[in-house]
Every structure is written in C-alpha cells, then in structure tokens.
Design a binder for this molecule. Structure first.
Ligand code: BGC
Length: 247
C-alpha cells in the first residue's frame, strides 16, 4: 500500500510517498522549512502545501515532534504553546479537504520503522531508538512492542535545564562543538539512560547518525549501538506504517 509519510521536525518538514510493505520511498523526498513561529495554523498550511506538492489523495501518516496521545498534542515541545490540546489529526484533515491523517510522536514512529523493517528487526528485550536533531527523541520498544511517549530528552540535566539542550544536534551547532566534543556529551546521556533502563540495544537515528563511524570511537557506554537503517527517513517511513495500521 502507498501512503504519504510526513515528518514534522523543529527545523524542517519532510515528506515522501512510501511503499508500506518494504518501507521503500517511491518518490523523492520533499522538504520545506518549519515556519517560525511554528503555530498550528502555520504548520497546517505547510502540510497542505506538501499534500498538494505530491498531488496526494490517499491516507497520510505524520510524525510530530512532541508528546501526542490519540492524535492530540500534549506538550509544546520545540514548537509553540498554541499546540497544547490541539487535535492534530483533526486539524490537518480539515485543512486538507478531508484526507485521513494519523499522527503520533516522531521518535515513536521512527522507532516503529526501525523495529519492523530496519536495524531493530527481530530484536527483543528493551530497545531504545534515539532520534538526534533539534531535540532528542526516544522510542521505547519491549519485545518489539512500542511503549509510547517516553521523552528521554526531557530528563533534567543541570540547573533545571533538560538534557536535549545539552546533547542534541542543535546543541552541537549552537555551541560550535567538534564531533568529538558533542559525542562526549551524548555519551553522558547514553550512560545515564543505561543506568536507569539497562536497555539491550540503542538504535541511533536523525541526520547526525550518518556520521556514526566518525564519532562512535568517542562513545564509552557499555550497550550495543546500531545506526538506523533508514537514517533520517525513518520518521517518514514509520509515519506511513502507522497510518496504514490505523486506517
Ligand atoms: C520532544 C519529543 C520529540 C523530540 C524529537 C523533544 O523536544 O519532547 O517529543 O520526540 O524532541 O523531536
């Protein structure tokens, strides 16, 4: 089945048509900057633009970069306060002339793609799929089953500051860190997660996961680590798988 997968991120909104059996992208990816401020109205406008770009008339799966419960946003994340309590799926459906939308947290959906078809296929026990980008997202799977909205990036690091502000890729850019300096920060995050969760496996996703070979030597955490098979397309693919399952 073909589904349009849309990945709404803090800095970019990316989409492609996905064949849900294989997770293959059967169109080119299209990217539009996330509007600033990223209000519901402004983001919905970009989603509509995306749907028109692909001339899409079918079902749509959508990753959203904050806490989502039953299609409803529960936290502003790195977007806007105005999102809290918005039924995201309903808003996008209304904006896109009635197309069915299925929306969930971005890391949970990227994780779904990796666990079903990617680096976490056939894994068991506790597995974290960690997305590294503007924020740090976490999809937790136990014996292949998703436990949603785990929000590891929002653990406090110091002085009331959440850890993604210290260890996300946006922190590397903001503070002008070398890959080694950033990886040392990220390692502290992984070590902390190991202490409180003892996972069997970490799967890293997001743009910087493409550089894993260059930074893995700076990670000391004693847990096996894999790179997401679908790299930064994992969200788009997971969103499509999710929509197909829910429809
Ligand atoms: C949000 C998460 C999200 C992550 C990655 C965090 O700021 O709280 O819900 O998964 O960013 O986008």
């Amino acid at each position: 089945m073909e589904v349009l997968g849309i990945d709404i991120g803090g800095t970019g909104i990316k989409a492609a048509i996905v064949e849900t059996k294989t997770g293959e992208l059967i169109s080119k990816r299209h990217r539009i900057d996330t509007p600033k401020p990223a209000t519901p109205e402004a983001v919905a406008k970009v989603v509509k633009e995306m749907v028109s770009y692909f001339n899409w008339k079918g079902i749509v799966g959508c990753c959203f970069p904050t806490i989502v419960v039953d299609g409803k946003c529960k936290h502003p994340g790195n977007l806007s306060e105005q999102w809290v309590d918005v039924k995201i799926d309903k808003l996008f459906k209304k904006t896109c002339e009635g197309l069915p939308f299925y929306v969930s947290n971005d890391a949970d959906l990227a994780g779904l793609a990796e666990i079903k078809l990617g680096a976490g296929k056939n894994s068991n026990g506790k597995v974290f799929v960690i997305t590294i980008g503007t924020g740090i997202g976490a999809g937790l799977f136990y014996n292949g089953k998703l436990i949603p909205n785990v929000e590891l990036g929002r653990i406090y690091h110091t002085d009331g500051e959440i850890i993604e502000k210290f260890a996300a890729d946006s922190a590397r850019k903001r503070d002008g860190l070398s890959l080694k300096q950033w990886a040392e920060r990220f390692d502290l995050f992984l070590i902390h997660i190991k202490t409180i969760h003892t996972p069997k496996l970490f799967i890293l996703a997001g743009g910087i996961s493409k550089k894993f070979k260059e930074f893995k030597g700076h990670l000391t955490v004693d847990v096996p680590i894999k790179v997401a098979k679908f790299k930064n397309n994992a969200g788009i693919i997971g969103a499509a798988l999710y929509a197909k399952k829910k429809h």
